[in-house]
Design a protein around this ligand. Structure first.
Ligand SMILES: [Zn+2]
Length: 87
């Protein structure tokens, strides 16, 4: 554990496994729940659809996918932005 600056808001905090402070992590967590609620209602969706409907940035959606919070099927051959996510 070491002191670090939050990558988003710049606050100093004890960095554990995240580069975000607990406040920003909690915000992300809320967005993750919104995405999950959306996927539960609507079923699998493309990243674009998730972004449009929930207002969560694509960067953040990608982060959730990379962390394994939501999973993602292979990008379809038609285009790199045409991913379908499942939770
Ligand atoms: Zn922060």
């Amino acid at each position: 554990m070491s002191l670090d600056n939050c990558a988003r808001c710049g606050r100093i905090f004890f960095a554990d496994k995240s580069d975000l402070c607990p406040g920003c992590e909690a915000e992300d967590e809320k967005k993750l729940w919104e995405i999950r609620a959306f996927l539960r209602e609507e079923g699998p969706a493309t990243m674009e659809e998730v972004h449009q409907k929930t207002g969560v940035s694509k960067d953040l959606i990608l982060k959730f996918i990379q962390r394994g919070n939501i999973s993602c099927l292979e990008p379809r051959e038609t285009g790199e932005d045409d991913w379908r996510e499942v939770f």
